[in-house]
Design a protein around this ligand. Structure first.
Ligand code: C6P
Length: 406
């Protein structure tokens, strides 16, 4: 049973007002709100359990370690990883992608190639550009058509023995387009030995993820976009790949032995978890997974798809609105501009006065904006607690913005 009011009652923040109006939170692709169960786990951690992990013989340290490792196993199940030690705690997607780009440095030579797509977030562009600078490798970019759909013919052309990395997102944050990663992975496996990296920042909050079925080498996502605290994230990597690659950060917990003559490294996952982790956050990420499993990921996806369909249908009833990626398969996001309104933030400010939170601007995807020859869009993005009434309020807000700005 999917009871939206019961779900909303678990998010205290949804009761607040903004600018004298009930909050309508439609900026979930930037970060989702957190259910009380997650907040309670954070509070309980700091009031009852706080200790460093994997270091102490004392009771609190042991309990905190057990809780964090339990959370790792929940996430292992959540993405269907084969082993819990393939699940590495990070600060988020950005850190995960930078980590991968760093540890693959030795695997690339001058004129090797890295394939990404036009739909990538800057986090899945810049680390690869930096890797190219370090190694002399080249970046190749799968283009999009006017609907924002990836032109996979180009992938066929690009793939060769020079291809060392293919890194794409499963869902575009700017447009909500769902990319055919199964097809991309199949083509890549068939035509190259490249490492396959999936940016799951915008898919993990919405979809069932099965990294074994996908057969990707790496899969990264952020906890804060899926009901967990900020500063949490996951890097999944295949065992044999992570075991063979060098560490990222050096420091405490990632060593087996350390002396001035040299250091040997710990096994997985610790080799990639140098320093004190975000213990409370990592435990709370497990609670966020519990929340999603309890609601049911299929229920989440069905509800969000219904919201998207409803929002798109009603927004398109307005004159002078352009929805980017309108004809593409999408999830969770509607990204648009109003005719004659050059600055998306003007719309965002009017909506904010009505208590509606959306994101405006380039969404850290300037290449997409350049492709459409725009400075930015208004982006409404959905989570499980959003309602059809909230979409009605959004549509009214957009109408008001049209009246005020045209
Ligand atoms: N997108 C948005 O408003 P971090 O910031 O590390 O948690 O995630 C980076 C990131 C990487 N890839 C994709 C597809 C993303 O959407 C994001 C974050 C937010 O769209 C903040 S810019």
């Amino acid at each position: 049973m999917f009871d939206i009011q019961e779900i909303r009652s678990q998010f205290s923040i949804l009761d607040r007002e903004v600018n004298g109006k009930p909050l309508v939170y439609l900026d979930n692709a930037a970060t989702s709100q957190k259910p009380n169960s997650v907040l309670e786990v954070c509070h309980a951690y700091y009031t009852e359990l706080n200790a460093n992990v994997h270091r102490g013989i004392h009771t609190l340290s042991q309990l905190a370690t057990e809780e964090m490792e339990l959370s790792r196993r929940k996430i292992q199940k959540f993405i269907n990883a084969e082993h819990d030690f393939e699940v590495i705690f990070t600060k988020g997607t950005t850190e995960g992608l930078n980590l991968i780009a760093y540890i693959l440095t030795q695997k690339l030579q001058k004129d090797d190639e890295i394939i990404i797509s036009y739909l990538e977030h800057h986090s899945n562009i810049v680390p690869w550009q930096m890797l190219c600078e370090r190694t002399g490798a080249k970046l190749r970019v799968i283009p999009i058509d006017e609907n924002g759909i990836l032109q996979l013919d180009y992938l066929d052309q690009f793939l060769s023995e020079k291809t060392k990395i293919v890194s794409v997102n499963q869902v575009s944050n700017a447009l909500g387009i769902v990319n055919p990663i199964e097809e991309i992975i199949a083509k890549t496996r068939k035509n190259s030995d490249a490492y396959i990296v999936i940016d799951g920042a915008q898919s993990a909050p919405h979809f069932n993820i099965d990294v074994q079925k996908l057969d990707c080498d790496f899969f990264v996502f952020s906890g804060h976009k899926m009901y967990a605290p900020m500063g949490t994230g996951i890097l999944y990597g295949k065992r044999e790949i992570l075991e063979a690659l060098p560490p990222f950060h050096g420091g405490g917990e990632m060593i087996a032995t350390c002396s001035f003559e040299g250091t040997t490294y710990a096994g997985l996952p610790f080799k990639y978890e140098a320093g004190t982790p975000n213990v409370g956050g990592n435990i709370a990420l497990g609670a966020a997974v519990d929340f999603m499993e309890k609601v049911g990921r299929e229920n989440i996806q069905n509800h969000e798809n219904a919201l998207l369909e409803y929002a798109q249908r009603h927004l398109l009833e307005l004159e002078g609105i352009k929805i980017y990626g309108e004809k593409a398969k999408r999830t969770g996001v509607v990204s648009f501009n109003l005719e004659g309104v050059g600055i998306s933030s003007d719309v965002g400010m009017i909506l904010d006065k009505m208590g509606i939170a959306v994101r405006t601007g380039h969404h850290c995807t300037q290449p997409i904006m350049n492709f459409f020859n725009i400075a930015g869009t208004v982006r409404a993005s959905f989570a499980v607690y959003n309602t059809f009434e909230e979409i009605d309020i959004l549509v009214e807000g957009v109408k008001k913005a049209q009246r005020m700005l045209s």
